[in-house]
Design a protein around this ligand. Structure first.
Ligand code: AMP
Length: 188
């Protein structure tokens, strides 16, 4: 099964993706995590994307599509891919559809975590203390919310049109959100 965990920054996509990895042995494909790893390893790619990430803007579609491609086989072998923070533009969604189609697969479900955007800044500040991410500053976070509204939210009608979108209330506890996601995934 191939699913997209969708929602604004700070909605809890990463937390829920990690739970699904534990519960279902699927593979989490987080482009944000892959980019942070590249930065930490000091690769040319990591150096190239550092400033863009810290500002809260998006890196190029080509870069993230290439990163996804590198990990797709691993997810196929595991029997499930959890796309987390990808796709973030309609061009990325179209590329992903093409990529999966060429491998005889498809996105099966898009789970949208619906959250109160006013609560997101508070969540971000909490995460900044816990994880110390360089883009968890109020200014960068505002840019990330704007980027989400302008470039990523258009994916809602895109996936709605494909009949794949399922909304889940993302404001509850980690456990209750996880339960609601499981229910959506196990629904026929
Ligand atoms: P995330 O951890 O998903 O919030 O991503 C952190 C940052 O990495 C984003 O603010 C972007 O700069 C970059 N990034 C992650 N995923 C993507 C993507 N699919 N497309 C473009 N940029 C991305």
């Amino acid at each position: 099964m191939n699913i997209v965990l969708f929602g604004p920054p700070g909605a809890g996509k990463g937390t829920q993706a990690k739970r699904l990895v534990q519960e279902r042995n699927w593979v989490q494909l987080s482009t944000g995590d892959m980019l942070r790893e590249a930065r930490q390893a000091g690769t040319p790619l990591g150096q190239k994307v550092a400033d863009i990430m810290d500002s809260g803007n998006l890196v190029s579609d080509e870069i993230v599509i290439a990163l996804i491609l590198e990990r797709l086989e691993e997810a196929e072998k595991a029997g499930g891919a959890i796309f987390d923070g990808f796709p973030r533009t309609v061009a990325q969604a179209e590329a992903l559809d093409d990529l999966l189609r060429s491998r005889g697969a498809q996105i099966d479900r898009v789970v949208r975590l619906v959250v109160d955007e006013n609560a997101l800044v508070q969540r971000m500040e909490k995460r900044a203390k816990e994880e110390g991410r360089a883009d968890d500053t109020v200014e960068a976070f505002k840019t990330r919310l704007e980027t989400y509204a302008n470039q990523t939210a258009p994916l809602i009608p895109y996936y709605e049109g494909q009949g794949k979108l399922a909304d889940v209330d993302g404001m509850g506890t980690v456990e209750s959100v996880a339960e609601a996601i499981s229910e959506v995934l196990d629904r026929e």
